[in-house]
Design a protein. Structure first.
Length: 339
C-alpha cells in the first residue's frame, strides 16, 4: 500500500498563550529550551536531549518512556524533530514540534531521517507530526546562521534535478522514480523563488521567513506526492551525509553547513562554471548560511570516497556513479567551488 501523507497542522501563534493539558515527554537541547522555556507551559513528565539519530539509540529512548506520557514534544531543530517523529511512531503517541529556527524541511515531512553508523542516511515513514507550532518572534530571534538555514533544502533542488535528469539520460531511474518534466519544473520554480527571499531571510524579516515556510511546505508536498525526493536530493545530500559521518567523532555542525558546500561541489561536478557557482554561494551567504566550516583536506578526502559511498549504500543514481575522483581531481573541484 502506498500512502500519500498530508502536511502536519501548522499553527502560527504566540507561544506564551499556548496550553497543553496532556502529560508530555519533551525532547530538546539546552539552548533551544532556554529560548522558549519562559514562554511555553508543558506538563513535562520526562525530558531528554537526544544527540544521535541512530535507530538503536532512539529505540532505547522509546523503551524508557514513562507510561504517563501521552504525547511527545520536540523543541529545537532537525535532530529532535526526527527523533520525536520516530519515537512517536514507535510508541504510537502524537507528536508536536516547536521549531526554534526554520533550519530543515523535516519539521513538515512524513518521515524521520535516521543515520547509519557510517553516516549514510535512511528514512523511516512515520507519518507527519500532529502539529507544528511557529512563533515568529522565536524564529526571527534565532542566530543568523541557523534561523532560515532550511533554505539550503530548497537550493539543493538546483543540483538534485541535475542528478535526477542525469540518471534519466543514463536509463538508471527506477520506474517509481522516473523523471517527470512537470515535477522538475515545479521544483525548479520553488528553488528559484528561494533566490529571491534569501537576503530577507538573512536579515530576519518575518515576511521572508513566512515565504520560506511556504516554499519548504510546497517542496515537502511535492516530494510526498511523488513518493520520492529525487527533485531535491542528489550528490549534494550524499556529500553532506558522508561528511556528517566523518565529523561525528570530532564536531557537530548544523546540516546546512554540510549541505551548502555539497551544493557548490555538486554544481562543479555537473560542469557548472565558477560564475554560476559564485551566484549560488552568494545567495546562501546572504541567507546567513556559513560555508567555511569545513577543512579543505576533509572535503577532498570525502570527495575521493564519495563514489564508493554512494554505491555501497545503494543511493539513487547520479553523477557520482560515473565520477573518477582522484586526489588531484578532487582538489580541483574544491578549488573551483572556492572551498
Amino acid at each position: 500500500m502506498t500512502t500519500i501523507w498530508h502536511l502536519p497542522r501548522i499553527e502560527l501563534l504566540d507561544l506564551s498563550k499556548y496550553r497543553e493539558q496532556r502529560p508530555v515527554a519533551l525532547l530538546t537541547g539546552k539552548r533551544s529550551w532556554q529560548a522558549v522555556n519562559t514562554m511555553v507551559r508543558l506538563p513535562v513528565v520526562v525530558q531528554a536531549e537526544p544527540e544521535s539519530l541512530d535507530r538503536d539509540y532512539l529505540d532505547d529512548l522509546v523503551s524508557g518512556l514513562p507510561k504517563q506520557a501521552t504525547a511527545i514534544y520536540a523543541v529545537g531543530g532537525g535532530v529532535v524533530a526526527d527523533a520525536a517523529k520516530y519515537m512517536g511512531y514507535k510508541a504510537k503517541l502524537p507528536v508536536v514540534l516547536i521549531p526554534t529556527a526554520l533550519s530543515v524541511d523535516g519539521f513538515f515531512s512524513s518521515s524521520a531521517s535516521l543515520r547509519e553508523s557510517n553516516g549514510a542516511g535512511f528514512y523511516v515513514e512515520t507519518g507527519p507530526a500532529e502539529k507544528v507550532l511557529i512563533d515568529w518572534d522565536v524564529i526571527s530571534a534565532a542566530p543568523k546562521h541557523i534561523r532560515g538555514a532550511g533554505i539550503v533544502e530548497l537550493l539543493s533542488i538546483t543540483t538534485g534535478i541535475l542528478d535526477w535528469k542525469y540518471a534519466a539520460e543514463k536509463g538508471k531511474n527506477t520506474p517509481d522514480e522516473r523523471f517527470q518534466e512537470w515535477a522538475a519544473r515545479l521544483a525548479a520554480g520553488i528553488g528559484q523563488r528561494a533566490f529571491a527571499i534569501a537576503a530577507g531571510v538573512g536579515d530576519g524579516k518575518i515576511v521572508a521567513l513566512r515565504e520560506l515556510l511556504d516554499l519548504i511546505c510546497m517542496e515537502v508536498r511535492l516530494t510526498t506526492q511523488l513518493g520520492h525526493t529525487r527533485p531535491q536530493e542528489g550528490s549534494e545530500q550524499y556529500f553532506a551525509q558522508a561528511m556528517q559521518g566523518r565529523l561525528s567523532s570530532r564536531s557537530r555542525l548544523p546540516y546546512s553547513e554540510l549541505l551548502g558546500p555539497g551544493i557548490l561541489l555538486a554544481m562543479v561536478l555537473h560542469g557548472q562554471d565558477a560564475k554560476n557557482v559564485g551566484v549560488i554561494r552568494q545567495v546562501m551567504e546572504s541567507a546567513g548560511v556559513r560555508l567555511n566550516r569545513l577543512e579543505s583536506q576533509d572535503i577532498v578526502d570525502a570527495l575521493i570516497s564519495l563514489p564508493s559511498f554512494v554505491k555501497k549504500n545503494n543511493l539513487p543514481y547520479g553523477i557520482l556513479n560515473d565520477a573518477d575522483l582522484s586526489a588531484d581531481k578532487a582538489r580541483e573541484v574544491v578549488r573551483t567551488a572556492a572551498l
